[in-house]
Write a protein that binds this ligand. Structure first.
Ligand code: FES
Length: 257
């Protein structure tokens, strides 16, 4: 396949970026998208030019690091991660435009690599449970219905890639945060800290500069792991309930009613 690439090049966070055009004449349809970029970088290095910087790690659709905006969509034309996208998805002779995630809360580091540590800070704010470590508990010590277990596992599939933010016109992180809130809020192990968790994670999300959700569902349409916006509804309920509880405590009625 012959492919023309229009790639965003930017040498540092402070410098102005621009698109540069490259042509590859020997692309196999069986290459993954990242392997195609590897070939481009080999060519650039041979020519003494600066290779294109892009994030990647597992290349198995697990880590969520491979964040590329391809032809106007996060991770490209299929609902999968960039590393699981193959060149056979594109046509011979096609021009492919590759940009980094665009969001104020994800500043560009270089070329196609952005700083997504805002997600780490949201996780650190409350995306965990506190337990005493010790012996391994019996598997069925805490009974959990299949429906609840399935819903929690569905939410836990979020790999934190940031496609939801990149897809959203408001650069909202609600799908990501709600998945992280839901996976614990649904399970008994997550209940003791549910109030503080949602309050702290939402506060950190706002502090990082992510936008609000206006229910366009673009995040759900692009999420490579199929995370549903029902998680956002659950997070809103969790947040409202936590706020009411905090208000009642502050008002001195102890949360009665
Ligand atoms: S490189 Fe890990 S999900 Fe793509």
């Amino acid at each position: 396949m012959k492919i023309t690439l229009k790639i965003w090049r930017q040498t540092s966070p402070a410098t102005k970026g621009q698109f540069k055009t490259y042509t590859l004449g020997h692309v196999s349809p069986d290459m993954s998208f990242l392997e195609m970029l590897d070939v481009l970088n080999q060519d650039l290095i041979k020519k003494g030019e600066e290779p294109v910087t892009f994030d990647h790690d597992c290349r198995e659709g697990i880590c969520g690091v491979c964040s590329l905006y391809i032809n106007g969509r996060p991770h490209g034309p299929l609902q999968t991660t960039t590393c699981q996208l193959h060149m056979r998805t594109f046509s011979d002779g096609e021009t492919i435009t590759i940009e980094p995630w665009r969001a104020t809360a994800f500043p560009i580091i270089k070329d196609l690599m952005v700083d997504r540590s805002a997600f780490d800070r949201i996780q650190q704010a409350g995306g965990f449970i506190s337990v005493n470590t010790g012996g391994v508990p019996d598997a069925n010590e805490i009974p959990i219905s299949k429906k609840i277990a399935d819903e929690a596992m569905d939410a836990a599939q979020c790999i934190g890639c940031g496609a939801c933010v990149a897809a959203c016109k408001n650069a909202s992180a609600m799908l990501f945060v709600s998945a992280k809130v839901s996976q614990f809020a649904l399970l008994p192990q997550g209940k003791p800290e549910r109030k503080e968790r949602v309050e702290k994670m939402v506060a950190q999300m706002d502090a990082e500069g992510f936008g609000a959700c206006t229910n366009t569902r673009a995040c759900e349409a692009e999420c490579p792991k199929g995370i549903k916006i029902t998680n956002i509804a659950r997070m809103n309920r969790e947040y409202f309930s936590a706020m009411v509880s905090s208000y009642e405590v502050a008002a001195g009625d102890g949360g009665a009613g």
